[in-house]
Design a protein around this ligand. Structure first.
Ligand SMILES: [Cu+2]
Length: 166
C-alpha cells in the first residue's frame, strides 16, 4: 500500500504541475478512484508568513456514502511532509497535536478550519505565491484516494474574498 501511494503521489505531482493545469476547473472535485460518496470542497492553504515555516491547509470533506471513511494521509506536491493536526485549547495556551488518522462518518461532513483541525504542510517550495493552486491527494486506510484543488492564500487570508466552490 505504501508503494502504491508513492506511485499515485508522483502521478499527482506530474498532473499538478503540467497536464491538468491547462484544463478548466472541474465541477466535481473527485477522482474516479475516490471512495463512494466522498467529495471535498473549499480546499485552501495559507502560505507561511515566515519562509521556512509550515503552511496550514484547510478543506471540507463530505461523506454521502454508507460506510465510514478513515483518512490516513494527504500528499501535497512539492512539500517534504504533512500532518493532520488538531488545535487543543488549554486555559492559558493553544497548542496543536498530531492526528494519525481522521474519520469521516457516513452521512457527515468534517471541516478543517483555522482554530480546529488542519493539515500542517512542511517544506513547501518558496516559489509558491498567493493566487495559485495545487492539486493535493487524500488517501484513506482502505487504499482509496481523492484528489482536489487547493487555492494558495496569503498568510492569514481566510479566503472569503475568493470564490470558493461552484
Ligand atoms: Cu498544526
Amino acid at each position: 500500500m505504501r508503494k502504491l501511494f508513492g506511485l499515485v503521489a508522483s502521478t499527482a505531482l506530474v498532473c499538478g504541475l503540467a497536464a491538468c493545469s491547462s484544463e478548466p476547473e472541474a465541477p466535481v472535485e473527485v477522482a474516479p478512484e475516490a471512495p463512494d460518496g466522498i467529495s471535498v470542497s473549499d480546499g485552501r492553504v495559507n502560505l507561511p508568513a515566515v519562509s521556512g515555516n509550515p503552511a496550514a491547509l484547510y478543506f471540507t470533506i463530505s461523506n454521502d456514502g454508507s460506510a465510514d471513511q478513515m483518512m490516513r494521509a494527504i500528499h501535497v506536491p512539492g512539500s517534504e511532509s504533512t500532518q493532520f493536526h488538531e488545535t487543543v485549547q488549554w486555559p492559558n495556551e493553544i497548542s496543536m497535536q498530531e492526528l494519525l488518522q481522521v474519520n469521516v462518518p457516513a452521512g457527515e461532513s468534517v471541516t478543517f478550519e483555522p482554530g480546529g483541525m488542519h493539515v500542517m504542510v512542511f517544506g513547501l517550495p518558496e516559489s509558491l505565491e498567493p493566487g495559485g493552486e495545487l492539486e493535493v491527494t487524500l488517501s484513506f486506510v482502505r487504499g482509496d484516494k481523492v484528489s482536489f484543488p487547493v487555492h494558495l492564500l496569503a498568510p492569514g487570508d481566510d479566503g472569503s474574498s475568493m470564490e470558493m466552490g461552484e
